[in-house]
Write a protein that binds this ligand. Structure first.
Ligand SMILES: *Cc1c(COP(=O)(O)O)cnc(C)c1O
Length: 464
């Protein structure tokens, strides 16, 4: 406890306490240094220690150094080490060091990205990143980008723009009139659509029961022949990167069909869209530029720190009208005012770490990093299939590998043992009604040696 006159006085002192901030950086830096040798998943003991935090809100202030030390002492050991290179759970992502460093600096700046006048630097870097992304993905030159918290939000925004535009085509202003009594919209989606698509459909009042589900093939891709006749009241939802298999819909065929019918195409490309920037992989995303809106992540494949997602929309008016807001104190500028493209008003300066990450990597660095993830995934598939008792179920087109043992029980048991060994971390999923272990390679950190170590852990787990 500080024995100072007031908390304000204490904070003035803390603000000038360089050692406090250096300590935070040092803890963080040490964490990264040790990432390769840490348990990928925290031990039971470390998790039990989290009980320390369960206390009533303290009556009086705590010294800043003590706050930080408590966090380091009880929080640090209970982290899931995604910086390790052997974390393959869900679909996550590492951090490009330059992006992390830039985000750290920007944290001191504490910029609000709502309007240009609130932060010229945040607005300018959003603008630059928007231009770069359009160029990278060959999106229409008048497309716009909204910088949101992740692809859940990006899907929501893209579908909100779709809802606005498709109803407007039917002479219905959804902002003014709402959905009660509105003309009916049709939602067409593959039966492998990501759960966040369903959430967005529900949130937007479109109704999950209204979705016209389209059958998918063995890899999880929409079967084009199964797509119903599209029309101007339709929103067609496609996927670049199936969350299990990593597969891609046939954008070339389906976007052309949608365009001819005046339907809207939203592409959920959370992690998978990034294949478009790699010459060896961009056959997967052929035709994506024919979409109307796209969701993609910063914090998965691009390896920016959390939380970073991007909605891109070819129809600026639809996106800004769907997300519009106004107020007497709003200062509209001739520059980029980020809030017109996002649901939020006040917002962190995601454009800064996105800019830093892209600037650092450049096109060739980006290509090498993403191709590297694919190569590691292929290596994993190759090494694991040579071990008796494991089968790889999917075509490893991008970064996802689905592994299965002889029975569901054996698959689950093996996965649990791999998790207990803590050499790597993988999660489970269900594929074609069978249990699978899902391996997702999403970090620049992962090396060929990490893959081999992890495959060995699988072998040990199966034969234990
Ligand atoms: C991860 C993911 C999402 C959700 O993205 P968040 O950034 O976690 O909100 C949506 N769609 C797909 C295909 C995903 O992989």
């Amino acid at each position: 406890m500080h024995h100072t006159e007031s908390i304000q006085h204490a904070m003035f002192l803390d603000n000038r306490n360089k050692a406090l901030f250096e300590q935070a950086q040092e803890y963080g830096f040490k964490y990264l240094e040790e990432a390769a040798s840490r348990n990928v998943y925290p031990t039971e003991e470390a998790i039990a220690q989290l009980a320390f935090f369960e206390e009533p809100l303290p009556e009086s202030p705590t010294a800043a150094v003590e706050v930080l030390d408590t966090l380091q002492r009880y929080g640090g050991p209970a982290t899931v080490c995604q910086a390790s290179g052997r974390y393959f759970g869900f679909v996550t992502g590492g951090m490009v060091p330059a992006g992390l460093a830039a985000k750290t600096l920007a944290a001191y700046w504490d910029q609000n990205s709502a309007m240009y006048v609130l932060s010229p630097v945040a607005a300018t870097l959003e603008h630059v990143v928007e231009q770069w992304l359009k160029e990278l993905f060959h999106f229409p030159t008048d497309a716009v980008a909204g910088f949101v918290s992740g692809s859940s939000a990006a899907n929501l925004c893209g579908l909100a723009a779709a809802r606005y535009r498709q109803l407007q085509k039917l002479n219905w202003d959804v902002n003014e009139k709402g959905l009660f009594g509105a003309p009916r919209l049709r939602i067409v989606a593959g039966n492998q659509a990501h759960s966040t698509i369903l959430k967005a459909v529900a949130l937007l009042g479109l109704g999950k029961d209204q979705i016209e589900w389209v059958d998918t093939d063995a890899q999880g891709r929409i079967i084009p022949e199964q797509v119903p006749l599209l029309d101007a009241s339709t929103i067609l939802i496609l996927q670049a990167g199936n969350v299990n298999s990593g597969s891609y819909d046939d954008f070339h065929t389906l976007c052309a069909q949608a365009k001819a019918a005046n339907a809207w195409v939203h592409i959920d490309g959370a992690f998978g869209l990034w294949a478009a920037v790699v010459p060896q992989l961009n056959h997967l995303t052929l035709g994506i530029e024919g979409g109307d809106s796209w969701a993609l992540d910063g914090h998965k494949t691009l390896n920016t720190p959390y939380d970073s997602g991007i909605v891109m929309c070819a129809d600026k008016e639809a996106l800004t009208h769907a997300l519009h807001m106004s107020g007497s104190y709003i200062v509209k500028s001739d520059h980029r005012d980020g809030m017109y493209y996002t649901p939020e008003m006040s917002r962190t300066s995601r454009g800064i770490e996105l800019w830093a990450t892209l600037k650092y990597l450049g096109k060739t660095g980006l290509q090498e990093m993403i191709l590297g993830m694919h190569q590691r995934a292929c290596q994993f598939a190759d090494e694991i299939s040579r071990i008796e008792g494991f089968t790889v179920l999917n075509d490893v087109v991008f970064n996802q590998v689905l592994v299965q043992c002889a029975t569901d029980a054996l698959t689950t048991q093996t996965m649990q043992r791999v998790q207990e060994q803590r050499a790597c971390w993988v999660g489970g999923s269900v594929w074609n009604n069978r249990k699978v272990i899902r391996v997702s390679i999403c970090s620049w950190v992962t090396t060929a040696a990490d893959i081999t170590t992890s495959v060995q852990s699988f072998a040990q787990a199966l034969h234990a």
